[in-house]
Design a protein around this ligand. Sequence first.
Ligand code: TRP
Length: 589
Amino acid sequence: MSQQRSQWGSRVGFILAASGSAVGLGNIWKFPYITGENGGGLFVLIYLACIILVGLPILVAEIMIGRAGQSQPILAFHKIAGRRTGWSIVGWLGVLSGFIIGSFYIVVAGWAMDYTLKSVVGFTNPMAEQAETQALVYRATASDQDMQELVVEHRTRYELDRAERNWRRQFSPSTWSHWNDYKSAVEADADPEKLKEHTGIAAAANQVEAAQGQLKEAQDEILKSSRAEVSELSKASPIELRDEAETIKRRMLIRDQVTSVFMQLLGDGWTSTFWAGLFMFIAILVVANGISSGIERTCRVLMPLLILCIMTLVVYGFFQTGFNQALAFVFKPDPTSLEPKSVLEALGHAFFTLSLGMGAMITYGSYQRSQSGGLVGESVAIAGLDTGIALLACMMMFPIIFSYGQDPSGGPGLVFMSMPLAFAEMGEIGMLLGIIFFGLLVFAALTSAISILEVVASYLIDGHGWSRHKSVWIIGGSIFGFGIISAFANSAGFKMTSWLPGYGQSFFDTMDLLTSNWMLPLGGLLIAIYAGWVLPARIRKNELSDLSGFVAGAWLFLVRFVAPILVIIVLLDKIGLIDVDEISFHLMH
Ligand code: TRP
C-alpha cells in the first residue's frame, strides 16, 4: 500500500467533490419525476425526513469509516474490523454495486449528451413548424363539436384520474389485486362464475362491482360540468375556444414526434453505446488525473456552473404562467395524492441521491485526514446542497411543465420528452434553454460517474498497488463493456428485452432495480449497523471529538436505531414479508 496517500486540496474541495457525487441524474432526472408521480408536497416533506433521519446519519458514518480506514471500502473494513470478521463483504458489495450502477448510469448520461447535441442543432424546430401547420389545418377543418370535445378531454384528464385514485382508496390493496386478477381472467374469456368459487376473489369482485356506480357518477359529474363550461365558452367567445383547441392539438402533435425521437434513441443500441463510451472516456480522463488535480478540480468548476445553469432556468420559470402552480405542487402538502408505498420510495431515493450504501463516501472520506474535524458540518453541507439542488430542479422543471400544459406525473420521460416539448413551443429561446438544460444534466452526471469509477478503481490502486492510470483505464473500460448490454437493452434487433424468458423487465431496468432497491439499502443497513454497534467507540469519539455531546448522541441514536429499523422495514416490504400498503390501509380503516 502506498505511503503517500492522495488528499483533497481543501475542505471546500472535498465538499464540492462529495456533493458532486451526490448531485446527479438522481436529482435532476429522477427526483422531479417521482415527486410528480407521488403528487408533490407531502412526498417532498417525507423525503426531507428520510434525508435527515436516515441519509444524513449514514453519510456521517461512511465518511467516518473512510477517514478512520484511510482506504477504499474493502480495505477500510479490513483495517478497522480485521480481515477475519467478514465486514469487508460490505466493501465487496459496494464495489459490485458501483460496477453495476456505473454501467447503466453512463447510458442515461450518454442520452443527455445526445440531447445536448440535438439541442445545439435545434432538433425541435422542424417539429414545431410542422405541428403548427397541421394544427392550423385542424383549426380550419374540425367541427366546433369536435373541438369542444378535445378541450373537455384535455381539461378533465387529471381530475378524472384523481377521482379514480380517490375511489380506489376504499379498497384494501389485496382486494384491489384480487379484482385485477379477476378482471384480466374475464378478459381472457374465463367464466366469471367459476372464478368466483374462490372466496377472496368473489368478495373482491362483489365489493368493487358494487362500488363502480359511484366512480361513474363522480366522473360523469366532472365531465358534465366541464362540458357546460366549454360550451359556454364556445358561445361567449368562439375564437378563444378555437385557440385553445389549436394549442392542444399542436402540443399533441409535437408530443408524438418528441416521443418518437426518444424511442428511437432508446432502441438504438449503437448510438447509445457510442455516447456512453464517450461519456466514460471523459470520466476516465478526470479520474486518471487523481484526487485533487482530477476529481476535485473538475468539481470545483462544474458544480458552480451547474448551479448557475439551474438558477438560470429557475429564473426563467419564475416569469412563466405556471410558476405559482409549480410552487404549490412542490411545496403544498396534499395527503390525498400520497400512497403509503411512497414513503418507501422516498427512503430508497434518499440512498441513491446521497450516493450512500456502496462506499462512495467511504472512498471520498478516505482522502481526508483522520481526526481532521468538521465531519458533521461537512455532511450537513453535502446533504443540504444535494437536497437544495433537487428542490431547485423541481422549481426549474415544473413551471415549464405546467406552463406548457404537460403532465407533472410524466414519469421517466419527463426529462427526455416533456422538457423538449416545452422547448419546442418556445422557439428560439427554447433552443438556448435546451442546451443549458441538457448540458447541466451532463455535468451533474459526470461529477457522479467519476465517484462511481473512483470507488471501483481505487480497489486496484489501494489493494494491489496498481498505478492510478492503469487501474482507471481497466476498470472504466470494463464498466463500459458491461454497460453495452444496457445500451442495447431496448433494441428490438438484439432481443435484449427478452433476456430472461417470461420475465417482464429489461436488462437495463433490472440493473437499476437490483442496485437501487436491494444492494444500496442492504449496504447502507450494514454500514449503519457497523458504525453504530461494531465500530470501536474510540474511533467514533476521535472523529466526532469537536462536537457537543448532544449532537454526537443524536447521531448515534439515529444510526443505531432509526436508520436500521426504517431500512429493515423497506427491505421486508420488498421481500414481501410485510405489505406496508395493506398494513396502513387497515390501520386507517
Ligand atoms: N448520487 C448520484 C445521483 O443522484 C448517483 C450516484 C453516484 C450514486 N455515486 C453513487 C448512487 C454511489 C449510489 C452510490 O445521481
